[in-house]
Design a protein. Sequence first.
Length: 85
Amino acid sequence: MTLHIGDIAPDFEADTTEGPLSFHEWIGDRWCVLFSHPKDFTPVCTTELGYLARIKPEFDRRNARIIGLSVDPVAAHRAGRTTSA
């Protein structure tokens, strides 16, 4: 499946670091940027997340949300380390 800007992404439910999430319900009537990042606690991951955290007020101002999809489990985020090899 290929998605393009403006397409409606499939709905999903996920356990997140902020609790359970139903994607379409969480987005509501806003735009959303869904991005993936590599393994936790790598230089690339840290750079991406840090940059998006800094510009989050701009997304808020534009009534848009940002969410990152991780390959690591929620437990790894909470523990501050990865659990996968």
